[in-house]
Design a protein around this ligand. Structure first.
Ligand code: NDP
Ligand code: TDO
Ligand code: MG
Length: 293
């Protein structure tokens, strides 16, 4: 089974490349700029066809949440039009697409964890562009899994774990918002889940599991709790530590509005594919360990 993933150095792409190297019968190829540029739709079809996928994983995206407020056209070009082209490329080749989306499609006003049928209502440009991407993907290729995940971190690329470790190296105290709740998710776990689902899609060409799925780390926390667990883990391993002080969203002004609650229920993914992401604490510890050691 040959997976072609968009984005060469993104967290999910890098994690899939690593996971693929460790698995017999699985080959993972990453394609990205300049041969595949989501902002240039006419590059997409040829770049994906040339890579000869059995399954396409659409992981590349414009992910700079605050910057997107100033560049809505580019965010939509990449996350909506570009994503749709990736799904179309897969359809033309007769293969499924697994497309990554986000908790930021929700407005955050729900009391509990969001399920796939809950109403969306993005509060920021990034979230709106990703929601438009979901719709473009579903319209372009009937064989699609749209995996909404959240708060992704990994040993690769830029993420909150690395930011906290960097800040702790030269500060005694870090202030972090404690009123936005969600599910930190390791890209290493996302890669495992994608390979698991891809094997079922590939082995079972007729069955239709197409649709939206939530896939996020088990358990829940807020950004402050996440920061504290990152730094407490680091301290045990002899890495940097700082005190984490809880603040409110209004004390940490940002261009983009983020949902106060973006917890995702991963029950549907578990029941259809028989696998789930582990608890966020355990996966955080594994990633902090890899970043430090
Ligand atoms: N990060 C997170 O917290 C979350 C992410 N997601 C979604 O999961 C997916 C994977 O995220 P993650 O791995 O963290 O993303 P990253 O931000 O780590 O990587 C994004 C990738 O997209 C590539 N990219 C950006 N613009 C273009 C373009 N115009 N053409 C081609 N490639 C482009 C980047 O390439 P380059 O390296 O050249 O810049 C990079 O490889 C995305 O769809 C994202 O929206 C969902 C929830 C949470
Ligand atoms: C660095 C920092 C952030 N924060 C806050 C800001 C924000 O509310 C929260 C997380 O900060 P970030 O900049 O990592 O958040 P953000 O870039 O919004 O993360 C999001 O990225 C996109 C791609 C997604 O799809 C989402 O699931 C989510 O992971 O923590 C602090 O309170 N203190 C700090 O020192
Ligand atoms: Mg990996």
């Amino acid at each position: 089974m040959r997976l072609v993933v968009t984005g060469r150095e993104g967290q999910v792409a890098a994690s899939l490349l690593e996971a693929g190297r460790g698995r017999a019968g699985v080959e993972v190829i990453a394609i990205g700029r300049p041969s595949l540029d989501l902002a240039k739709p006419d590059t997409v079809i040829d770049a994906i066809a040339a890579a000869k996928p059995d399954i396409v994983v659409s992981a590349a995206a414009y992910t700079a949440v605050d910057q997107a407020e100033d560049e809505p056209d580019l965010a939509f070009a990449v996350n909506a039009v570009g994503a749709g082209k990736v799904a179309e490329a897969a359809r033309r080749l007769g293969v499924p697409v697994i497309h990554l989306s986000t908790d930021y499609v929700f407005d955050g006003s729900a009391a509990g964890a969001y399920v796939e049928t809950d109403a969306t209502g993005p509060r920021c440009v990034y979230g709106a562009s990703k929601l438009a991407g979901e719709q473009a993907v579903a319209a372009a290729n009937p064989r699609h899994l749209i995996l909404r995940t959240a708060w992704v971190y990994s040993p690769f690329g830029k993420n909150f774990v690395k930011t906290m470790l960097r800040l702790a190296a030269d500060r005694d105290e870090i202030t972090v918002v404690a009123d936005q709740w969600g599910n930190p998710t390791s890209a290493l776990d996302i890669a495992d889940a994608i390979l698991h689902a891809a094997a079922q899609l590939h082995g079972n060409k007729g069955s239709d599991a197409s649709g939206i799925y939530h896939l996020a780390g088990a358990g829940e926390t807020n950004w402050s709790g996440f920061a504290r667990h990152i730094l407490d883990t680091s301290r045990v391993l002899g890495g940097p530590w700082a005190r984490v002080r809880d603040i409110a969203t209004m004390d940490y002004p940002t261009k983009a509005r983020r949902p106060a609650n973006s917890r995702l229920s991963s029950t549907k993914f578990a029941s259809v594919f028989g696998s789930n992401a582990p608890d966020w604490r355990q996966s955080t510890e594994a990633v902090v360990h890899r970043v430090l050691v």
